[in-house]
Design a protein around this ligand. Structure first.
Ligand SMILES: NC(=O)C1=CN([C@@H]2O[C@H](COP(=O)(O)OP(=O)(O)OC[C@H]3O[C@@H](n4cnc5c(N)ncnc54)[C@H](O)[C@@H]3O)[C@@H](O)[C@H]2O)C=CC1
Ligand SMILES: NCC(=O)COP(=O)(O)O
Length: 322
């Protein structure tokens, strides 16, 4: 199989540490991958500098393959350096370019320190929106968090909660649900996906007495989806949507804002959760956690979510093979 490309992410965070941990876990059985980043910033595992991605698979069992892209100053765990931002962005761009050329079977991104990139002029809220611009398909990129216990899709993501609620429309919810439905069939191999659409207000609005959005925005979105033949239900009262009894009843929960989606999945399965971008021309996954600057360099970062992200990227790439 063509190897996956891993981006460097924030060099002061735990990304390079968990990359080493993922290589240790996967070196014998794969999936094989290579890192695009500074080989000198990787510690604790053997590293092999490669000239081209095609060299990655043959030597994967012996050393972590790295397309060496030196940083202008050394990476210090826990200490952000504004001079690193261009290399962090370039690593994402190179990984995407290789995936678009078919020289990487997908892109797995290490976490970025968003505030640091914003300060350097990065004008996208996160990877998801950036990837939508450089690897999009004309549709909005859709964030999914997936684990064996739960899949969630937030319709609005990185924006203040009041602004997110003001931006909700039936069309926006239905568009995210359609892209999710198509991805569950193509990428996850689910023949007839079942979608549960969360309500916004307590008790999904209690028949309009606790807010009108569930009647005026969420219910019409569900009606549109049903009319298109998509198996959708909602608005579902959000407080019981994620219980052990409710979860087997759907394949994905369409959620209305970031924390409605991410709190339940991180509470249930922080280690096994994977962030997947739907609606791109390439495969992209990522661990569900961030840069964890507070523990960087201490050797205690858990690589499980990155390992799950690598495995899921390889699975999606296989599912997309003709
Ligand atoms: N895909 C991406 O690029 C993401 C980037 N971020 C960014 O990361 C930065 C920090 O975000 P936070 O909200 O602090 O979340 P965080 O996930 O970095 O850290 C939250 C807590 O979880 C712990 N933690 C996280 N990953 C861990 C691991 N693998 N092993 C052990 N403990 C772990 C941290 O030590 C911390 O106590 C922000 O700039 C944020 O935007 C956050 C999420 C995803
Ligand atoms: N909270 C999820 C997150 O920050 C992931 O963002 P992205 O960088 O994958 O768009």
């Amino acid at each position: 199989m063509i190897p996956l490309a891993l981006t460097m992410g924030e060099p002061a965070g735990i990304g390079l540490e968990v990359t080493g941990g993922a290589w240790t876990a996967l070196r014998m059985d794969g999936p094989a991958f290579f890192l695009i980043g500074d080989a000198d910033a990787v510690h604790g595992v053997p590293v092999r500098r490669i000239a081209v991605p095609e060299e990655a698979t043959g030597s994967f069992a012996e050393a972590l393959p790295v397309l060496h892209r030196p940083l202008p100053t050394p990476a210090v765990p826990g200490r952000i350096d504004a001079a690193h931002a261009p290399a962090v962005i370039a690593s994402i761009e190179e990984a995407v370019a290789l995936a678009r050329l078919g020289r990487a079977s997908g892109v797995v991104t290490n976490p970025i320190q968003k505030s640091s990139l914003y300060a350097a002029g990065f004008r996208h809220p996160g990877h998801t929106e950036f990837l939508g611009e450089i690897a999009g398909t004309g549709l909005p990129p859709v964030m999914m968090l997936a684990s064996p216990m739960l899949r969630v899709v937030p319709v609005t993501v990185h924006e203040p909660l009041a602004a997110a609620i003001a931006r909700l429309t039936p069309a926006l919810i239905a568009e995210h649900a359609r892209i999710t439905h198509a991805a569950l069939i193509r990428d996850f191999g689910i023949a007839r996906p079942r979608l549960a659409v969360a309500g916004l207000n307590p008790h999904a609005g209690e028949a309009g007495t606790l807010g009108r959005e569930d009647i005026e925005i969420v219910a019409p979105a569900v009606a549109m989806l049903l009319a298109e033949g998509i198996d959708a239900r909602g608005p579902m009262p959000p407080d019981t949507l994620f219980t052990a009894k409710a979860r087997p009843g759907y394949d994905v929960a369409i959620c209305l804002y970031h924390d409605q989606a991410l709190i339940p999945i991180k509470a249930l399965d922080m280690d096994g959760g994977v962030n997947v971008t739907l609606g791109l021309s390439i495969v992209r996954t990522s661990p569900d956690h961030g840069t964890a600057l507070d523990i960087a360099g201490r050797g205690i970062a858990d690589p499980s979510s990155l390992i799950a992200a690598i495995r899921l990227a390889a699975e999606i790439a296989r599912n997309r093979m003709p």
